[in-house]
Design a protein around this ligand. Structure first.
Ligand code: FES
Ligand SMILES: [Fe+2]
Length: 332
């Protein structure tokens, strides 16, 4: 497979980058986790390297040297702020431009660049746009709770052995709460539900994706969740006069691996006393979901017609429609 690909023109390789997750902004890592050392990651099956130049500005390149395909993330940042390949020392700036080819002053460096991808540092996170090229057609639009000033944010991260679409649907799925989370966030519903209870899942299209409520037996408690395309859920927990939100950031690594970040944002108890509480609670809830999500077959969500759905699957059905219309049209 690899040798065959290697003989194809570069444009063919570029065309299949980030297969199933192309042309979207996604959070990738916390800004804090990127220091002086380049950071190599896999995103939707594609190797990406992040680094900071001499002024601390973030660059993102496909983690493959254009010379011999070596992982640039094994290199280091030179004093001029360029990322230096570990093999023969070619140096690339944040835009991927080739700034130095040792021993070859005659080399046409303008033709020897690395592949950049758009990158931004926003809130406490680094975001990338999943298409090659230094410019993106739009800017990232994170949910308010991830970037608004004056909020305290607590983040935990997990790696799950599943396709990202199963994890994303889990985050949009309210009817599982009293079963998977019977002793935690599902407890209030579990207490109120009866064998004849009904749940209504509402869905409203928005510019960023959609908004959904889960109403048990006609009683709307005011909580709602938002789906921010392509891969963020923001749960708004109603506390009068306060901001409290829990965000799930569902990041595809490869076909069988998903990186999950859970970020709680709040505008109260900001001194850090509640920090361990929020971190523990979010970790516990995420860990409750894990076995169920990882067990789903097939790993990637199938087209709607291939599974049975009911009325309370409204939000996950909307996700699946978006997924097959926009990200995976070839699989619909
Ligand atoms: S492989 Fe990167 S410089 Fe040769
Ligand atoms: Fe859950």
């Amino acid at each position: 497979m690899h040798s065959a690909l290697g003989r194809r023109p570069t444009s063919a390789i570029v065309a299949r980058m980030f297969d199933g997750f192309a042309h979207v902004w996604t959070p990738l890592v916390t800004a804090r986790s990127l220091g002086r050392t380049p950071l190599g990651l896999t995103l939707a099956g594609e190797r990406v390297v992040l680094f900071r130049d001499a002024r601390g500005q973030v660059g993102a390149l496909i983690d493959r040297c254009p010379h011999r395909g070596v992982a640039l993330s094994l290199g280091h940042v030179a004093p001029d702020g360029c990322l230096e390949c570990p093999f023969h020392g070619w140096r690339f700036d944040r835009t991927g431009a080739n700034r130095h080819v040792p021993f070859n002053p005659q080399a046409r460096r303008e033709t020897l660049g690395a592949t950049p991808i758009p990158v931004r540092e926003l809130g406490d996170l680094i975001w990338v746009y999943t298409a090659p090229g230094a410019t993106a057609p739009v800017e990232p639009q994170p949910p308010e709770g991830l970037i608004a000033p004056g909020l305290r944010r607590t983040l935990i991260a997990r790696t799950w052995a599943c396709h990202w679409t199963r994890a994303m649907e889990n985050m949009l799925d309210s009817p599982h709460l009293p079963f998977v989370h019977r002793a935690t966030i599902g407890k209030p519903v579990r207490r109120r539900m009866t064998p004849t209870s009904t749940m209504e899942i509402t869905w409203e299209d928005t510019a960023f994706g959609g908004r959904s409520r889960a109403i048990l037996d006609g009683d709307d408690k005011g909580a709602h969740l938002e789906f921010h395309r392509p891969n963020i859920m923001a749960l708004h927990i109603p506390i009068p006069g306060r901001h409290l939100r829990i965000h799930a950031l569902v990041i595809p690594v490869d076909q069988a691996t998903t990186r999950l970040m859970v970020v709680a944002s709040r505008d109260f108890a900001k001194l850090g006393l509640l920090e361990p509480f929020f971190a523990r609670m979010n970790a516990r809830i995420a860990d409750e979901d894990r076995a169920v999500v990882e067990s789903s077959q097939p790993s990637e969500v199938p087209p709607l017609a291939q599974e049975h759905s009911v009325a309370t699957d409204r939000a996950t059905r909307e996700f699946r429609r978006y997924y097959f219309e926009t990200l995976r049209p070839s699989a619909a």
